[in-house]
Design a protein around this ligand. Structure first.
Ligand code: HEC
Length: 154
């Protein structure tokens, strides 16, 4: 009985949590874009592990990760960044208001990742050296945009 009650309480808390998340403005868009970012990080983890020699190079796995990274660049994510979905009054997101300001060069930062991911897609399956040389620009493109447009977490 005690276990049952404890389970019930946990379920009630989970439901309350879900309701709060839904009340957050732009909750779905924010979760979706953060999910895409997490997916990018996952692919970068595969490629980075091989580049650093922590994981043995595998052409097929490297190509798959590079293809997946590329897919995140080519999908149309414009609907995930509505005006007003910044972090000025919304703790659910780390997206700085600067993204939407006049003269924002976030498009350029996105383009830089597009170019780096294209180079990675061409190189990842050809050998470890190719993967390694394509790695810097990809990491640089992620970091370049985060530095400018994401709330610093450190
Ligand atoms: C054009 C800009 C841009 C580029 C390029 C970019 N990001 Fe992001 N990233 C953001 C922004 C803005 C956020 C904050 C999103 C939010 O909290 O709503 C973010 C958040 C994240 C997060 C945190 C997600 C979460 O759960 O809150 C991760 C992880 C991440 N990015 C990984 C990456 C990786 C890896 C790359 C490169 C392969 C990358 N990003 C490229 C702009 C970018």
């Amino acid at each position: 009985m005690k276990t049952f009650l404890a389970g019930l309480t946990a379920a009630t808390i989970a439901l309350a949590g879900a309701a709060t998340a839904q009340d957050t403005p732009f909750a779905s868009q924010i979760k979706a874009r953060q999910g895409i970012m997490e997916y990018r990080a996952l692919q970068l983890g595969v490629l980075g592990g091989m580049a650093k020699g922590e994981v043995e190079y595998n052409a097929e796995a490297a190509q798959k990760a590079a293809d997946n990274l590329m897919a995140t660049v080519t999908l149309d994510a414009s609907m995930l960044w509505p005006k007003g979905s910044d972090n000025s009054a919304n703790p659910a997101t780390a997206a700085l208001p600067k993204i939407w300001e006049e003269g924002s060069d976030i498009g350029e930062k996105a383009k830089a990742l597009g170019e780096a991911a294209t180079a990675m897609k061409a190189a990842a399956g050809t050998g470890l050296d190719g993967l390694k040389s394509a790695m810097g620009p990809v990491g640089g493109a992620c970091g370049g945009c985060h530095k400018a447009f994401r709330l610093s977490t450190n």
